[in-house]
Design a protein around this ligand. Structure first.
Ligand code: NDP
Ligand code: AKG
Ligand code: MG
Length: 729
């Protein structure tokens, strides 16, 4: 890292937002420089994170610094002002692809050891495990989450409703969950106090008495909520079998998990769905193949490619089961292809937005059974599905805005649990043993069961309650989503209820299912509603409501108020839209909407102005807001098809409106004088610029790599207008 902390750090990431950065960041940098604001980048892409693991294998020129680790330190300081774009949370197949790509580019990094045997392989695997799954967000999110739509964005969505599928009472779409023995049912929780404060370990004791320390060196503080639970593998398999057996004709089968964030537990859950679905095939060929069902059908197809008998048997095994919900029916990619393809926070809202519809192997829309095995949060989707069956499609022209305040800081709750999640190697018990000798939690488990421990620390809890109350005061309607009948939530309520009483606030506390219905009813009546939730619901709800209200969660403003005073401004609430990259490769049209980036940028300037006394940053921020509103009103956001506005042309309009707003403002005469001629050039150059941006559209684009694209190629694809480049300078 540079000696001095930059005013603003903009992240280098992957996939569509990274392509968008290629065109947007030069504009941001040029405008910032004019106001004396310095913007630097830090690379948190999957490729960079992989390369930073192996300095010894790389040449001096190839080595990259561990920017994520440096940022992880920065966010603990008041100086942090980071704009964080969505990045890939890699599944194992994605990680393997990225490694192969880097090797093909001449980086001598080791293969990903799928089944490490030697110590050397185990060491390599341990390194790769640190970049697997959701490995960035938990490091940077040293604060709680505040996500909402900017007023202009919401008003635009009401005036320009997106397409929605029709909900009818006859829909056969359902949500199916286990009847017990899941994480929800088996949860135990306690709040650490007095002599319990201090170290702890997690110990597995097999039925024959042998003990294994699964995790040592844990440390719990005063007031920290610690919970533990497990999900029975046997109960899960029984559930999957029963749900497959009870399918109605014409309905698609699907499973919705979060294998990226829950990178230890959910790939295993996914694997059970895969192995039940192709049980006939595995019974016949399983022994001959080195196949781990957790990797999905995509990996199996690769493994048996060219073996006609196995290919035919796999086809027959799948045909013997109900039709699967498809990720991409044109390409034959099913729900069970790879665990990172169907991510619940995006996939369930997509089904609901479409009117309870998924796409089947025949490419036709159909009702869908959505399996969400664990009951902790499945009720949110079940209640939503039932609510829409009863009440019909949401009217986006009249509904209110749903915002969220989420407990997230310091790896709160399930999303911090991967280091303390284990699959039981045999029958026995798993316990959390405190240094004072207390057994905090104990569970009897069977081989294969998935056990996990989660924590929520006191300071983040108190900050979350305070922020929740503040937002409630602004919004006027809302609730704390906590279930008094769930062990963890009951401990949290012991914080929330007294805090509400002390503050004299009458904010309801409701279990997720009840709160879901309450929120739909109120927002449908036109009221704005704030949902004050834990970490998982923060993630789920900030996709669910925006995807229905705004068409996409990419348009959300996503602020992380860091605990030590800094600011982290995430762009949107959604992901990195891999489909958008494919479209660029095929026909050089990027439909990624940078609205989330615009919102984050405005906030970041305002934060800089407020915390560092930088009035010029405030002028930039105010002008960003004016430009964003105008862009929406003038309909200059990206559209889906070649020849329409795309990401690049929308950035041109953004730059132009931004320069015009800076030229027109009267708070800073120097900036007005600087931007007046730039605004004029952008106006005069309109025809030439739009023409130059259009030229290559419709033909394939070579990015020189997927995870590690060639910066020169990306720059030339994303900045094809010489006229615009000359003006931006
Ligand atoms: N904060 C983070 O870092 C996050 C990262 N991810 C990562 O993103 C990847 C993809 O996840 P996935 O679940 O497919 O979700 P995405 O949010 O990437 O995509 C879902 C769909 O939402 C629409 N969409 C999303 N963002 C935009 C945008 N800016 N402009 C226009 N449309 C948009 C697209 O619809 P359409 O195709 O119809 O245009 C897209 O196909 C994964 O690798 C995941 O790990 C996911 C969530 C958050
Ligand atoms: O980190 C991830 O994998 C996803 C994060 C996410 O979906 C969110 O915060 O909304
Ligand atoms: Mg999310």
């Amino acid at each position: 890292m540079a000696q001095e902390t930059p005013d603003i750090i903009y992240t280098i990431v992957d996939e569509a937002p990274e392509l968008a950065r290629g065109s947007l960041l030069p504009i941001i940098t040029a405008f910032s420089t004019a106001a004396g604001v310095n913007v630097e980048t830090r690379d948190i892409s999957l490729a960079a994170r992989i390369l930073s693991l192996f300095p010894d294998e790389l040449t001096a020129e190839q080595r990259v610094s561990d920017d994520l680790a440096a940022l992880g330190e920065l966010v603990k300081t008041p100086d942090a002002n980071v704009i964080k774009l969505p990045n890939v949370s890699a599944s194992v197949p994605q990680l393997e692809d990225a490694v192969k790509e880097l090797q093909s580019q001449g980086y001598a990094i080791p293969d990903y050891p799928a089944d490490p045997q030697t110590d050397a392989e185990k060491a390599v695997r341990a390194k790769y495990d640190t970049v697997k799954g959701s490995a960035v967000n938990p490091v940077l999110r040293e604060g709680n989450s505040d996500r909402r739509s900017a007023k202009a964005v919401k008003e635009y969505a009401k005036a320009n409703p997106h397409r929605m599928g029709k909900w009818t009472a006859e829909s056969k779409t359902t949500v199916a969950s286990m009847s017990g023995n899941d994480f929800f049912a088996n949860e135990k929780a306690a709040t650490i106090t007095g002599a319990q404060v201090g170290g702890a370990k997690i110990v597995f004791t097999a039925t024959d008495g042998t003990q294994t320390v699964l995790k040592d060196g844990l440390s719990y503080g005063e007031g920290e909520i610690v919970d533990a639970t497990y999900l029975s593998a046997k109960a899960l398999r029984d559930f999957v079998k029963a749900e497959v057996a009870s399918m109605e004709p014409g309905v698609l089968f699907s499973v919705h998990l979060k294998a990226t964030m829950m990178k230890v537990s959910d790939p295993i859950l996914f694997g059970h769905f895969v192995s039940v679905y192709i049980e006939d095939f595995l019974a016949k060929h399983g022994d001959k193949l080195d196949f781990n069902p957790n990797s999905g059908l995509g990996a199996l197809e690769d493994l048996i490619a060219g073996n006609a008998e196995m290919e035919a048997d796999l086809k027959a095994a799948l045909a013997a089961k109900p039709p699967l919900y498809m990720v991409d029916s044109d390409k034959g990619i099913t729900n069970l292809h790879v665990s990172s393809d169907v991510i619940i926070d995006a996939s369930m809202p997509a089904v609901i937005k479409a009117g309870g519809i998924g796409w089947g192997p025949d490419g036709k829309a159909a009702d869908t059974k959505c399996c969400i095995p664990d009951n902790c949060y499945a009720g949110v989707y079940d209640e939503t599905v039932e609510y829409f069956k009863e009440t019909g499609t949401l009217d986006v022209t009249t509904c209110g805005a749903v915002s969220n305040v989420g407990l997230m800081a310091q790896k709160a709750e399930e999303y911090g649990s991967h280091p303390t999640t284990f699959q039981a190697a045999a029958d026995g018990k798993i316990e959390i043993v405190l240094d004072n000798g207390d057994v905090l939690h104990s569970h009897s488990v069977e081989a294969g069961d998935i056990w996990r421990a989660c924590t929520a620390k006191k300071a983040p809890i108190l900050d979350w309650i305070k922020t929740g109350i503040e937002r409630f005061d602004v919004v006027g309607t809302g609730a704390f989503w906590l279930d008094a009948n769930r062990a963890h939530d009951a401990e949290l309520i012991k914080y929330v209820a007294p805090a509400l009483k002390a503050a004299g606030k009458d904010i309801p506390i409701m279990a997720p299912r009840e709160a879901t219905r309450y929120t739909w009813v109120e927002m449908r009546a036109g009221k704005d509603v704030v949902t004050i939730t834990g970490n998982v619901l923060r993630d789920y709800l900030t996709d669910l409501f925006p995807i229905l209200e705004l068409g996409t969660s990419a348009k959300m403003l996503s602020i992380v108020k860091l605990m030590n005073g800094g600011g982290l401004f995430e762009t949107g609430a959604g992901g990195s839209a891999p489909k958008h990259v494919q479209q660029v490769e095929e026909e050089n049209h990027l439909r990624w909407d940078s609205l989330g980036e615009f919102c984050a940028l405005g906030e970041s300037y305002n934060f800089l102005a407020a915390t560092k006394g930088r009035p010029k940053a405030a002028v930039l921020g105010a002008a960003v807001e004016v430009a964003t509103q105008k862009l929406l009103l003038e309909g200059k956001s990206p559209e889906r098809k070649v020849g329409q506005n795309d990401n690049r042309s929308s950035h041109y309009w953004f730059a132009r409106y931004w320069a015009e707003a800076l030229a027109a403002q009267t708070d800073d005469a120097d900036l007005a004088a600087h931007f007046a001629p730039i605004a004029k050039q952008l106006v005069d150059g309109e025809a030439a610029i739009l023409d130059e941006l259009q030229v290559a559209e419709g033909s394939p684009a070579d990015l020189g790599g997927y995870y590690h694209a060639d910066p020169a190629k990306v720059a030339s694809i994303m900045r094809p207008s010489a006229t615009l480049n000359a003006i931006i300078g």
